[in-house]
Design a protein around this ligand. Sequence first.
Ligand code: CP
Length: 318
Amino acid sequence: MMNHSLVTIANLSRDKIMYLITMAQEFEKNPNRKILDGRIIATLFFEPSTRTRLSFETAANRLGARVIGFTDPKVTSSSKGETLKDTILMVGNYADAIVMRHYLEGAALYASEVSPVPVINAGDGANQHPSQTMLDLYSIYQTQGTLDNLNIYMVGDLKYGRTVHSLLMAMRHFNPTFHFIAPPELAMPEEYKIYCREYGIQYVEHEEFNEDVISGADILYMTRVQRERFTDLMAYERVKDVYILKASMLGKARENMKILHPLPRVNEIAYDVDADPHAYYFEQARNGLYARQAIICDVLGLTLEDVLEDGKKHGRQA
Ligand code: CP
């Protein structure tokens, strides 16, 4: 990649992750900084989204950029047969950066290779979701005070869940212990277990999910069973409700434990959990704004110093 695209979390070093977290902390203090005045950000969503698209667009708007894009590829010329390459080349004529979600694994890498401007991967099939991972890392850091030596329990669809795949890779810098909790049909793919072994990451696999299991977690990362990834809907029906977190299961949870979920949820977190102090998924989604502001600035070549300088120029505004 010749430009500063963010395609995979695997490319980010420990230092780079901590740098982006520091930048996101600045944006949390004040998200309204007009440092992208005159820039255009394109959001190309070939798959549905609520949080990722709206938080990227909010991030760009709050930094003074303007946003173009689409949420439904059927209303674009891709429905007439235009290739992804041509679409990216066209949008690269108009925008300074492209945020793209695509249903095909590898689409973001391909787009970054042909694009004249940086591409941010907003999710490519079951592969990667690096901006989600940055907001997950930010949420973990803000709640635990560290990313090091944590017990991270991943629950649900670990086969197709791109958020757990990205988070697993990012955590290689921080000596985690993972618990992979999934039915056999949705187990963590072998390639990610090999990745853990290559990087000396400890992991345990099991199917039990109860109060005693949860008592060991610092982070309980719940995921949705993704109907859209199944070709056999009977298989989906068999596993869709296999793990449901209820408030009654949190009695033995550690005080510091936080429940994360990339959202949207379907059935996997009961509504009675929302009021529990361990629930953090709505704050996590809000953190997406700050993390994505940091990512947009970074791919456009703006530094933490630029952000701090702007803060000094304009003062802190609520
Ligand atoms: N977490 C996440 O990617 O949510 P959306 O699909 O709503 O963007």
